[in-house]
Design a protein around this ligand. Sequence first.
Ligand SMILES: [Fe+2]
Ligand SMILES: [Fe+2]
Length: 198
Amino acid sequence: MNHQPDRARFSAMEHGTQADWTIISGHFADFAKGLPARVLTHLQLLDGDYGGFPVDRLEHSLQTATRAHRDGRDEAYVVMALLHDIGDTLGTFNHPEIGAAMLRPFVSDQLHWIANTHGVFQGYYFFHYIGGDRDMRESYRGHPHFEACAEFCEKYDQAAFDPNYDSAPLAFFEPMVGRVFARPITSIYAKVAEAGAS
Ligand SMILES: [Fe+2]
Ligand SMILES: [Fe+2]
């Protein structure tokens, strides 16, 4: 097989060398730089996806983020609000966990917890209409992030279905996503990302 100069030479990782991993680390840094753009491209899959709701899932996301921004929330919070439902496409039965996993390296424990658990808290507003228990969130009562998650759902998430609301466009949030996703705080790959950024 011809060797490509910009590719590692091993056929199994156990045979990898420093030279191989220097090549791969260089590619990882470039790939990581494209993450915000990939996230925004994926978010746009929610465009036109109504699922019976008054607004489509992209508008709901923009409206949730816009409401959080206009209420004075910081950039990381607004980005969490923007992406909280991004998992709807692939995580149809567990969408909060998808968005939360994407946000995990870049946000605080509290913001991660809100994203990860918002589905249960949002259920307070409708689970009783679909045969469920609206008080499912009570199982988290006393958790340090309970109130923050309840507040996110009350002020921004459950309130973001107004077809007449003047939500900011996706482009407005683009620089925020770029900044929040620029550098991981918590990741087993943080070291290589750090090396690539410097
Ligand atoms: Fe959700
Ligand atoms: Fe939502």
